[in-house]
Design a protein around this ligand. Structure first.
Ligand SMILES: *Cc1c(COP(=O)(O)O)cnc(C)c1O
Length: 412
């Protein structure tokens, strides 16, 4: 028997910070028959999702949808705007920023990787992985680039490996303060549709995103939101690109079609997700995630364990990373919790392997599913013999009870 053939009773608790739990409404929408991607119904679907997704990014400009994971959209952002040997300024917030940096190297551009210069008492080897982007460092570096060799600044909005949400408006202000013409490219793969994001207002040139985090879809589609400056840069950029090239896609998207076979059933899901998110209102979506995050952090604080993000100003509304005491293998803890309670937690990535785990609080969740997640983690910590200062379950319940959501879940 395959492990996947075994269906335990109740729901699996998918509490990794993406893929996030997919609402039943979306699963049902995706089960519709696959249609002709050149036919009339498809054009209507294409036009609807291409229009709706602009509202999610808060942009008036084109958003390209790729049948690819977020990593593909990272490549598309670089390949469409840069030429071989171009200098790019990146910032090390964690594992995902590091992977994007590695990709830039592979593609033949010259990334410079800035990192937080201060020290950290809890994780001295990963000080930069406990904080957000420091815009003043970017500004200083851009001011020194008197020959304007740096063509783009690339940052991660919500660093999913750590749980720090950087201030993208402040990054834009830093670039403007330096009077520098570099493009601003932002990975909001896990930030979009769960943390406040404003592509146009924040002057972002390319936003990269994906389906399986705040949009509550399965993995498989990803996005590049563009600015007029990004489109202009793509006309002279010389990195090779074919599948990822914006021009043909943007052209055919005008009528709601793609140059190749798009991911029809995921687009049904996207259509449903747009109805749900825009129907709720993005401000309500963001407030809902902030409130959940505060309840989960109350639990971690009650346990007396350090939160991976050391700067409360940039705590993520999407996930909370928890550092385990020295000598406690966070992956062994995760394995125990998975086996005993059918609850999946995010692993410590890269430099953080074995020293932390991540609790996702995004997408199709509610107070009770999050209290259950906290309960599963608390039981796992107790079984592992981790000394706890107090009950996180009690703290999360107290937080949610004392802070009612702005919108009641049921109105009758
Ligand atoms: C999930 C994620 C990625 C990677 O996306 P894939 O869909 O796995 O390729 C990149 N950056 C961030 C911030 C992410 O959360």
């Amino acid at each position: 028997m395959l492990a996947l053939d075994f269906h335990p009773t109740g729901r699996h608790f998918l509490q990794i910070p993406g893929p996030s739990p997919v609402p039943d409404r979306i699963l049902r929408a995706m089960s519709l028959p696959t249609i002709d991607h050149r036919g009339p119904e498809f054009g209507a679907l294409g036009r609807k999702v291409l229009g709706g997704i602009r509202e999610i990014f808060k942009t008036q400009h084109p958003v390209v949808i790729y049948p690819a994971s977020g990593t593909g959209a990272w490549e598309a952002a670089l390949a469409n705007t840069l030429s071989p040997g171009d200098k790019v300024l990146m910032y090390e917030t964690g594992h995902f920023a590091s992977l994007w940096n590695k990709m830039a190297l592979r593609l033949g551009v010259e990334p410079e990787f800035l990192a937080y210069a201060g020290t950290d008492d809890v994780l001295p080897q990963a000080a930069s992985w406990r904080r957000g982007v420091q815009p003043d460092m970017l500004e200083d570096r851009l001011r020194k680039d008197t020959e304007r060799k740096i063509k783009a600044v690339c940052v991660v909005h919500n660093e999913t490996s750590t749980g720090a949400t950087s201030d993208i408006a402040a990054v834009r202000r830093a670039i403007d303060a330096a009077g520098h013409p570099a493009l601003l490219m932002v990975d909001s793969i896990s930030g979009l549709a769960s943390a406040d994001f404003r592509h146009d207002e924040w002057g972002v040139d390319v936003t990269v995103s994906g389906s399986q985090k705040g949009l509550m879809l399965p993995p498989g589609i990803s996005f590049n939101a563009l600015s007029p400056r990004a489109l202009e840069a793509s006309k002279t950029a010389r990195l090779p690109r074919a599948f990822w090239a914006w021009d043909e896609i943007v052209e055919m998207n005008n009528d709601g079609y793609w140059p190749y076979t798009p991911n029809t059933n995921l687009l049904y899901g996207l259509s449903e997700a747009l109805d749900m998110l825009l129907g709720e209102g993005l401000d309500n979506v963001f407030a809902r995630h902030q409130r959940w995050a505060a309840g989960v952090r109350a639990a971690v604080n009650a346990w007396g364990l350090p939160i991976q993000c050391a700067d409360p100003a940039v705590y993520s509304p999407v996930l909370t990373g928890v550092i385990t005491p020295e000598g406690v293998d966070a992956d062994a803890l995760r394995k125990l919790i998975h086996q005993r309670f059918d609850l999946s937690l995010g692993t410590g990535l890269g430099k953080l392997k074995g020293r932390m785990f991540r609790m996702g609080h995004l997408g199709d969740s509610n107070d009770l599913t999050l209290v259950a997640m906290v309960a599963g983690v608390e039981m796992g910590l107790q079984l592992t013999g981790v000394p706890l200062a107090g009950s996180g379950v009690q703290a999360a319940m107290a937080h949610f009870a004392a802070h009612p959501a702005a919108q009641a879940l049921r109105t009758v």
